[in-house]
Design a protein around this ligand. Structure first.
Ligand code: MN3
Length: 212
């Protein structure tokens, strides 16, 4: 059993004009595929790791043998993060509803305030990384992580909840269309957030296996 690249749940051009088809194709077929291939190479001979879901590996890095831990952290994180990222986007606009909408209002005051805080975090993450909205015990928090780290790794400064929404702020996610204008990419990205998918993730936050 090895890890496999999940299909995109929509076509490469589905998120245009906000995210262009060429970026989506390279991002999925080259970058995400690369993380999967390197993760599989790193865990060769470790059947116990091959049977875990990517989220479980990220939550248990200390159990990964030290000689492959960095490769598993980078590429297992890359596999988990992108698997979530594709699913929390989609064509067409939506709004948070139900329990998620209530939790956003309770934690941040309103949706606009949550978006403002999330966008500021994403814009100020230095270098490559991710911005996250996490749920824990029904409440929400925002943080960013470096490289391909994610909140499941529960490292210093990261929120230790279940990721329900994420944004890739590596340059490969936006450079073709936005060049160095990361804030423009972030602002446009809200148009392709699939809030129904985020709400389903919020409703299932008892499950550790976020990439499934
Ligand atoms: Mn990426």
């Amino acid at each position: 059993m090895t890890f496999t690249l999940p299909d995109l749940p929509y076509s490469f051009d589905a998120l245009e004009p906000f995210i262009d088809a060429r970026t989506m194709e390279i991002h999925h077929d080259k970058h995400h595929a690369g993380y999967v291939a390197k993760l599989n190479a790193a865990i060769e001979g470790h059947a116990d790791l091959a049977e875990m879901c990517p989220g479980t590996i990220c939550s248990n890095l200390e159990k990964v043998p030290e000689n492959i831990r960095t490769a598993v952290r980078n590429n297992g994180g890359g596999h988990f993060n992108h698997s979530v990222f594709w699913k929390v986007m989609g064509p067409g606009s939506s709004e948070p509803t139900g329990a998620l909408a209530s939790a956003i209002d309770a934690t941040f005051g309103d949706l606009a305030s949550m978006k403002k805080q999330f966008a500021a975090a994403a814009a100020t993450r230095f270098g490559s990384g991710w911005a996250w909205l996490c749920a824990s015990g029904g409440s929400l928090s925002i943080c960013t992580t470096a490289n391909q780290d994610n909140p499941l790794m529960c490292l210093d400064g990261y929120c230790c909840g279940t990721p329900i929404l994420c944004l890739d702020v590596w340059e490969h996610a936006y450079y073709l269309n936005y060049q160095n204008r990361r804030p423009d990419y972030i602002e446009a990205w809200w148009n392709v957030v699939n809030w129904d998918a985020v709400g389903e993730r919020f409703d299932k936050t008892a499950c550790c296996c976020g990439a499934s």
